[in-house]
Design a protein around this ligand. Structure first.
Ligand code: NAD
Length: 290
């Protein structure tokens, strides 16, 4: 397939590389990042989109996505599909999809779970909003870049699934970290705490797969000085998106709201910027000592 790929950063580069390895012709554009081997560099986003059957975007936020979409939609061939894999607000996803459809294009919002490790290994999960025909067109590419693609519903449904998932993740990570800090205070050994909780009703992905306590559980950023992984500021971005969506939909999300406030304080007023989001554990430890 002829693919345009816009935004080849930490996630986009390995995703594009996997498409190249699978034999697809990929033309890329990024304002700063170098092209991975085998990706043809375009001079502009519009140039990368010209003649492509599918254009994939992997960009930092909704404002940038809207600006890039305004440039690429007029350049795309009728019937081609614009597939955004960034994590953005539901409103931007729906607006971009409507603009693409008005121009005779297919459109999908297809954010991912799995992080840079999953992007490199081709094991991402795609949560996808948009029409059936576009989903069918892009499915072979999802199969190359990931292990699972769930068609969640109409435009915006992929972003809705993503921010709900990450709201749960933010809340459970905080709960796991504060429980470890409490266990410390109570004199409970961290390994024992893991052995119990990871096989009891308090288990979660945060505890079992991404344990925030160094030296406990499978290898995670905690074992590497809390180098991200999934940065605290990206978690804050996703939590803010969840609260923006909750406000727009009049949904009551008190735990999501509190998690947003905690990550906001951690990233903007404490020392969380540049740390993995699981560094909430040393943050709670410090507060206890203070
Ligand atoms: P990144 O900052 O490494 O990559 C974004 C890239 O977009 C950069 O290379 C930047 O130069 C480029 N860019 C910015 N503006 C541009 C423009 N106008 N035209 C072309 N390129 C432009 O970020 P990332 O970690 O690759 O994340 C990308 C998206 O994926 C984000 O929406 C993020 O929330 C989401 N995501 C990230 C992870 C993760 O673990 N990193 C996991 C899941 C989802």
């Amino acid at each position: 397939m002829k693919i345009g790929f816009i935004g080849l950063g930490n996630m986009g580069a390995p995703m594009a590389l996997n498409l190249v390895k699978a034999g697809h012709a990929v033309t890329g554009f990024d304002t700063a990042a170098p092209m991975p081997e085998g990706v043809t560099r375009a001079g502009t986003a519009a140039e990368a989109a010209t003649g492509a059957e599918v254009v994939i975007t992997m960009l930092p936020n909704g404002a940038i996505l809207r600006a890039v979409a305004a440039e690429v939609i007029p350049a795309m061939s009728k019937g081609a599909v614009l597939c955004d894999c960034s994590t953005v607000d539901v409103e931007s996803a729906r607006t971009v999809a409507a603009d693409a459809r008005a121009a005779g294009l297919g459109a999908l919002d297809a954010p991912v779970s799995g992080g840079v490790g999953g992007a490199a290994a081709g094991t991402l999960t795609f949560m996808v909003g948009g029409d059936e025909a576009s989903f069918a067109t892009v499915s072979p590419l999802f199969a190359v870049m990931g292990q699972k693609a769930v068609h969640c519903g109409a435009a915006g449904a992929g972003q809705a699934a993503k921010i709900c998932n990450n709201m749960i993740l933010g809340v459970t990570m905080i709960a796991t970290c504060e429980a470890f800090a409490l266990a410390d205070k109570l004199g409970l050994d961290r390994q024992k705490m893991f052995d119990v909780v990871s096989t009891s009703s308090g288990y979660s992905w945060s505890m079992n797969a991404y344990c925030p306590a160094p030296g406990v559980g499978p290898k995670s950023p905690a074992d590497d000085g809390y180098k991200p992984g999934f940065a605290a500021e990206l978690m804050l971005k996703d939590l803010r998106l969840s609260q923006m969506a909750a406000e727009g939909a009049d949904a009551d999300t008190p735990m999501g709201e509190l998690a947003t406030r905690l990550y906001e304080s951690f990233v903007e007023r404490e020392d969380g910027r540049g740390m993995d989001f699981s560094a909430m554990l040393p943050r709670f430890e410090k507060r206890h000592r203070g």
